[in-house]
Design a protein around this ligand. Structure first.
Ligand code: FAQ
Length: 312
């Protein structure tokens, strides 16, 4: 019988050798808990993330835009479901995860607590929010936990379609009338900083990053991913002909990276703690959806019981 220290050493050796950890294998309790936290918060983000865009389905400017938006939002529901399933492989029930979202003990991404005020916001969400999500999720295709890594492969493919549909909305607006271009600029002004916040606190203020990097749950730190996102996205804004709302933004020839201004961390933590512009509205919408779905859960349970009784 091996003691905990030996099991932990064996586990770390496996992680270091890039061998995926699978559900039934031994893992440190803290590794399991970290994954449940991260995967479930990721799932909640996908599900809550449908709300700002759902707001525009009935107001999409054409049938083509409406079909693409509907498909994107359905993908997000699907991502939420894969991710809840991946979390369930770690020994927790989906109902418990959903309760944690509804009672506010589990987080979801801060970005979804901002309102989608104009059609250009739907472009900005696809371009910036999905763009940031991809940056983070490409590294997660190589995360150490097998079911999470595999779920991420498909999710990333779909996110890349989402990013392009958002960028194309903005490209159309920026090639349109002065008013349309101004709407695109206004969307960038409002979504830029919250998108940078999506990557989480600075590495120095991130309690989980060091351990998650050691376990290869995360393969890049919050600051590394944020920098990568800025470097990729600024030239895309230039191509659109709109301006990133950061007077401190400048290219550094020596580092080959953009330098950018200070994020408003008070705003970030305020939103994370539940005081953003739409936190209450988002949770009320999820609670209402849960309540309205009670009859489906009851019917499915009754059907399963009936089937089990027949099988006996
Ligand atoms: N918002 O120590 P760290 C999407 C919390 S999917 C709220 O750095 P960690 C698709 C963090 O949970 C977007 N809370 O934590 C889509 C922790 O709190 P806890 C979601 C945040 O886990 C697009 C505390 O701060 N993506 O957008 C945020 O190592 C369009 C300390 O932070 C994922 O979830 C935040 N932004 O790193 C859908 C990806 N940042 O749990 C619809 C997977 C941090 O101790 C439309 N997750 N916190 O109470 C991750 O990669 C990581 O969990 C991080 C945070 C990088 C988000």
């Amino acid at each position: 019988m091996k003691n905990i220290a030996e099991l932990e050493a064996q586990f770390q050796a496996k992680v270091d050798a890039e061998i995926k950890i699978e559900p039934k294998e031994w893992m440190p309790e803290k590794y399991r808990k970290t994954l449940i936290r991260q995967i479930s918060q990721h799932a909640h983000s996908e599900v809550v993330g449908m709300l700002p865009e759902g707001n525009w389905i009935s107001r999409a400017p054409s049938l083509r835009r409406k079909v693409a938006l509907l498909a994107k939002i359905q993908d997000e529901a699907g991502h939420g479901l894969y991710l809840y399933s991946a979390a369930e492989t770690l020994g927790i029930e989906r109902d418990e995860l959903v309760q944690q979202l509804l009672d506010g003990t589990a987080k979801y991404s801060s970005i979804f607590n901002y309102p989608s005020l104009t059609w250009a916001d739907i472009g900005a969400i696809g371009w910036l929010v999905d763009g940031a999500a991809i940056m983070n999720q490409v590294m997660l295709t190589r995360t150490s936990y097998g079911p999470y890594a595999r779920a991420m492969v498909r999710i990333c493919k779909e996110e890349s379609f989402h990013q392009r549909q958002g960028y194309e909305i903005l490209l159309t607006l920026c090639r349109g009338s002065e008013e349309q271009k101004a709407m695109a600029q206004d969307a960038l002004n409002r979504w830029w900083w919250p998108s940078l916040m999506m990557f989480g606190p600075r590495d120095a203020d991130s309690p989980h990053t060091a351990q998650s990097m050691k376990w290869k749950i995360k393969r890049k730190t919050n600051d590394e991913l944020r920098q990568q996102f800025v470097d990729v996205t600024v030239p895309q804004a230039d191509f659109l002909g709109i301006t990133v709302p950061d007077p401190d933004l400048k290219w550094n020839e020596e580092t080959n990276h953009y330098e950018f201004g200070e994020i408003n961390w008070d705003e970030f933590w305020n939103v994370v703690k539940g005081n953003g512009p739409c936190n209450r509205q988002r949770l009320e919408a999820r609670q209402a959806a849960y309540d309205k779905g009670a009859w489906v859960r009851e019917a499915a349970t009754a059907f399963a019981e009936k089937r089990a009784a027949v099988a006996v």
